[in-house]
Design a protein around this ligand. Structure first.
Ligand code: ARG
Length: 580
């Protein structure tokens, strides 16, 4: 709808320019917003205020001229001037009802991508395999998965890439430890965290062990078969840990999505060589660097992207350059999104810049770092266990499910054990995911079990429950949300109008999520939708409606609400329940 209004305004502007009322050559970005108070219209634009000055006219006068120049539209019932010169548009309820009818008839709920379809790389999760996954990887995994789902629903071709850290000096220490006691290593590897700690202790305590570790790194890098075997074994076990977490979280990631740092090893000398040929390399203290003038340190000196150390070793950035080249040239991506901690912002800005200058990515390729803030504990300090260690993801998820179990059992003691477990799983895991998804990606976020498991506010339990309420209407009819329904939508009551207007925004919200990589927009939308449904349900009897046409109309609205909630929750990666 906003797009249609923008289009109408554009036509009015063109007309006024042609008539000489507006100076020619104005190309303003036309802004249209949803209004909060629907009694003053459904959409508002500040275009007359924006153009008053360049046009040399009073805003309200210009607003008046714009209104008379607007072409007629079936979707708009009237346009009014408000305040200093805002244009307020009232949506035509018949046209709105028509929109909802077509959404009801469509498995994709009428959602279309606003811009051209693309092939998009989503770089997500990407833990370092040397250690067990911890809470820091939760955000990348969950937010990345949510955005990937939305893009795929909009019709983009999404390629997920789990850029795991499976290479580097820590592996020498781990291999040395595996080698020292192969039998024990196999059993201890099932506790990666413990294994890492034990290896580190050996490394710190024994100089001979440390030497052996360093030797093994060199041999690993030289492609020594025995070392590669151990390394492979280690990664297999570590990846199967990750896979357990993904499955438990209900995240769409599998072994086929893994393309770790080691996959680019063979390409790294070529990357350095290509940079040299382009004349982009400078040697600094023996290291190969690309200096970028626009990035400077505190003393105003240009910052380097180091691509090869003095000893010949390659770096994190070198691998990322190789990955960008692969994503552009081999995968032929139009866009690549990197869901990685905000603290790596500078790394990505600089690496993107180098990739462009070197021609590693094609000109039209969009490279976007989708950074996110730190996950803190409820006290606002970095999230740690009581003794200061990192919190293991698996432990966190166990606790979430246990708490959800107690909560659901408390509310509904009659449920049988199997159903209780299933609900606890959906609520517990859903709560953890939703809490993360519903905050703006770039802000730091406090992990708080009490808050995320509350049935009030913008939380998973609230939304999952709201969905079951809609589903229950249809259960009472021995039917379900997807069964065909007689009748037509007719919008009368204020609550029906408000609910309908919200339903019509689903596509626009999903487009926003896909463009900016911010799932919290979808969370906020579903939360509003659930609230509007509540007041509709309170004021507008559905099953008890006397007039059969009204009843059918309301049932259709309820069905579309239910399907929209279900689809939205699925796009966020939440498992919905029919009852709880
Ligand atoms: N393994 C890295 C880390 O844990 C994240 C990798 C992100 N992706 C990338 N292409 N650099 O910090």
């Amino acid at each position: 709808m906003k797009d249609s209004i923008r289009h109408l305004i554009q036509q009015a502007l063109d007309r006024l320019s042609a008539e000489g009322v507006l100076p020619a050559g104005l190309t303003p970005a036309i802004q249209v917003e949803n209004t909060k108070d629907k009694t003053h219209g459904d959409f508002a634009s500040n275009i007359a205020l924006m153009l008053a000055k360049p046009a040399g006219q009073k805003p309200r006068d210009l607003a008046e001229k714009l209104i008379s120049a607007l072409p007629p539209s079936a979707e708009v019932s009237k346009v009014e001037i408000a305040g200093p010169g805002f244009l307020n548009f009232f949506q035509n309820s018949d046209a709105l009802a028509e929109r909802l009818e077509s959404a009801l008839a469509d498995a994709r709920l009428g959602v279309r991508k606003a811009n051209a379809h693309q092939r998009v790389i989503v770089d997500l999760s990407s833990p370092n395999l040397a250690k067990e996954m911890h809470v820091g990887h939760l955000r990348s995994t969950i937010i990345g998965d949510g955005v990937a789902r939305v893009l795929a629903f909009l019709g983009d071709e999404v390629i997920r890439q789990n850029h795991v850290g499976d290479w580097g000096t820590q592996f020498g220490m781990l291999l040395a430890f595996m080698e020292e006691n192969p039998a024990a290593a196999e059993s201890e590897l099932s506790d990666l965290e413990g294994f890492y700690r034990a290896a580190k202790k050996r490394f710190d305590d024994s100089p001979e062990f440390a030497d052996r570790a360093r030797e093994l790194v060199v041999r690993l890098q030289a492609g020594d078969e025995q070392c590669l075997k151990l390394w492979q074994r280690f990664n297999d076990i570590s990846l199967s840990h990750c896979q357990k977490v993904y499955d438990r979280l209900g995240v769409n990631l599998g072994m086929a999505d893994v393309k770790g740092e080691s996959a680019y090893n063979a390409a790294l000398p070529g990357i350095v060589q290509a940079l040299r040929e382009k004349g982009l390399l400078t040697e600094d203290d023996g290291a190969q660097c690309v200096f970028l003038d626009e990035y400077q340190n505190a003393e105003g000196k240009p910052l380097p992207v180091i691509v090869q150390k003095a000893g010949g070793g390659y770096l994190y950035a070198t691998t990322d350059l190789a990955a960008m080249r692969y994503r552009s040239q081999e995968l032929k991506a139009d866009r690549a999104l990197y869901f990685v901690d905000q603290r790596q912002a500078l790394h990505f800005q600089m690496a993107f810049e180098v990739a462009r200058r070197a021609g590693f990515v094609h000109d039209g390729m969009q490279l976007e770092h989708m950074g996110f803030g730190t996950m803190n504990g409820a006290d606002g300090r970095p999230f740690k266990t009581r003794d200061g260690g990192t919190v293991k993801l698996i432990d966190l998820l166990d606790e979430a499910e246990q708490r959800a179990y107690a909560l659901v059992k408390g509310k509904n003691p009659a449920l049988d054990e199997a159903e209780l477990r299933q609900i606890a799983h959906a609520v517990g895991i859903g709560a953890v995911k939703y809490a993360d998804l519903s905050k703006h990606r770039t802000s730091d976020y406090s992990f708080n079990f009490e808050q995320m498991l509350s049935f009030e506010g913008n939380t998973a339990p609230y939304l999952l429950y709201a969905y079951t309420r809609v589903a229950s209407i249809f259960r009472k009819l021995d039917s379900n949300l997807d069964a065909p329904l007689e009748g037509r939508i007719v919008l009368q009551a204020e609550q029906e109008q408000a609910l309908a207007a919200k339903l019509a925004q689903f596509g626009e919200v999903l487009n926003g999520v896909g463009e900016k990589g911010v799932p919290h927009l979808l969370c906020a939308y579903l939360y509003d939708l659930a609230g509007l449904f509540s007041s509709f349900y309170e004021h507008c009897p559905v099953l008890a409606a006397e007039d059969p046409e009204t009843r059918q109309s309301r049932l259709r609205l309820a069905a579309l609400t239910g399907r929209t909630l279900r689809q939205g929750l699925e796009l966020l990666g939440l498992e919905t329940l029919e009852r709880m």
